[in-house]
Ligand binder design. Structure first.
Ligand code: CMC
Length: 428
């Protein structure tokens, strides 16, 4: 294949190099476009055709339904690794040795306290506050209690910053839940693994000993792995773009949390279960909701379906669907919305509207059913996604800073008024 792309504007030809990734993805390198053409720009709302960076973290092939972290398939990682191992892999590029993993965990435990004054900030929120808003605010607030700038050229400072956020974020997530549930704020238990400790921080009751439930711990571990990273999605791009101004790691991640909150992104897991509940309340008439989803005059969308990149099964959804059956079975729960979800999936996969548009269930379609079976309330579903995505955000922020990427600053095509004269207020 030619290594050059040619662009012709007004009879004048310009050449741009093609670059190829390790999985043979081809991109036209237009870094010089504006310079050589005298200011011609590209327009691509939603960045559907725009590669914002070169990245060595996650590979995703939407046509074939492939997802790999650092070259390892998501299926293998979900089956064989644990979340902290995967977090290490995403952030540092290689699977850790036993010693490296132990050190990472010990360092995280040493940083897992949150300044007591953070509780006063949390106290200011009403109980009804959505935990995503609480989580993003508290994550930003961490700046006030920790070094606000990190010398990214110092491996040690970078490592310490990463450990700090990995350590404190689960505490803040658990606190966001406990505040809402009216439970006292708990700290972790250093004798436990990263995920089990989080489960304990969430569910420990003040009046009784905590009983670990391995089914819940294992299922959450797997869900967190599946959410670990997903290349340049909305929240990750947000983290990279905010970080590109050299804003610190806490505030960059806080911005990512806000981006994740929206129902078209991570907020879909909450929206899915609300939709399934609404279908159940309405008499479980899935056909009616399928028609609504296809009606262009109706804003309703089948939540948990469709994806910007996957035009085939989302590999994460396949794993989660199997896990949902297993978890509900192990916990002895019979949730009627699981049957509604399976019925909807079957109908959508046979419906020409969904088939033609290549709309398949995504990661959010079945995850809420598992969270609910674990006793996690619906408003906490998206914070669970955030906890899983944390290592991905960190890895992407780190990569962006180490590659010395320029500040993110897209161009536009201005379509407003041309120059006009100011009219005095008496003449308007
Ligand atoms: N229900 C009904 N129609 C849909 C749906 C849906 N869930 N998703 C896409 N379509 C239609 C859409 O109306 C459009 O139709 P037409 O070509 O006739 O105008 C076509 O399919 C293409 O959709 P799009 O909105 O242009 O595609 P996009 O890549 O901009 O959006 C999406 C991707 C995920 C935002 C979208 O599929 C959606 O809104 N899905 C529901 C929300 C959801 O489940 N989000 C979670 C995404 S995965 C996890 C994550 O990112 O956090």
């Amino acid at each position: 294949m030619s290594k050059i792309a040619t662009l012709e504007i007004d009879g004048k030809k310009y050449e741009f190099p093609l670059i190829e990734g390790t999985e043979n993805e081809v991109a036209i390198d237009i870094k010089t476009l504006r310079g050589v053409t005298g200011g011609v720009t590209t327009i691509d709302p939603g960045y559907k055709n725009t590669g914002s960076c070169e990245s060595a973290i996650t590979f995703l092939n939407g046509e074939e339904g492939i997802l790999r972290y650092r070259g390892y398939s998501i299926e293998e990682l979900a089956e064989k690794a644990d979340f902290l191992e995967v977090a290490y892999l995403l952030i540092f590029g290689e699977l850790p040795t036993k010693e490296q993993l132990e050190k990472f965990h010990v360092d995280i435990k040493a940083q897992s306290h949150v300044d007591e004054d953070v509780k006063k900030i949390l106290d200011g929120f009403p109980k009804s506050a959505h935990p995503m808003g609480v989580l993003s605010s508290l994550t930003s607030a961490l700046v006030a209690f920790n070094p606000s700038s990190v010398n990214v050229d110092s491996e040690e400072e970078m490592y310490n910053a990463i450990v700090r956020i990995m350590a404190k974020f689960p505490v803040l997530t658990a606190w966001a839940y406990r505040k809402r549930a009216g439970l006292p704020l708990d700290y972790g238990d250093d004798s436990l693994g990263y995920v089990e400790n989080f489960v304990k921080m969430m569910f420990k009751k003040p009046s009784s000993d905590y009983q670990s439930n391995q089914v819940v711990v294992d299922a959450l571990d797997k869900l967190l792995i599946l959410h670990g990273d997903h290349e340049q999605n909305c929240s990750t791009s947000t983290v990279r773009i905010v970080g590109s101004s050299h804003a610190g790691i806490f505030v960059s991640i806080s911005a990512g949390i806000n981006a994740l909150w929206g129902p078209l992104h991570g907020g879909a897991n909450q929206a899915v279960i609300e939709m399934l509940e609404a279908i159940k309340e309405d008499g479980s008439d899935t056909k009616k909701f399928m028609s609504k989803a296809k009606d262009k005059d109706d804003p309703f969308r089948l939540m948990g379906f469709g994806h910007r990149v996957y035009k085939n099964f989302d590999p994460r959804a396949k794993i989660i669907k199997v896990a949902a059956d297993e978890v509900l079975d192990s916990l002895g729960i019979d949730d009627p919305v699981l049957d509604i979800a399976k019925g909807l999936e079957k109908e959508a996969l046979e419906d020409p509207y969904f088939v033609d548009r290549k709309l398949y269930p995504n990661v959010d379609f079945y995850s809420g059913i598992i969270y609910r079976a674990m006793g996690i309330p619906v408003e906490m579903f998206t914070p669970m996604f955030a906890l899983g995505r944390l290592p991905g955000w960190i890895a992407q922020w780190k990569e962006m800073r180490l590659r010395k990427e320029p500040i993110g600053r897209p161009r536009q095509v201005y379509v407003g008024e041309t120059l006009r004269e100011f009219k005095d207020i008496s003449k308007r």
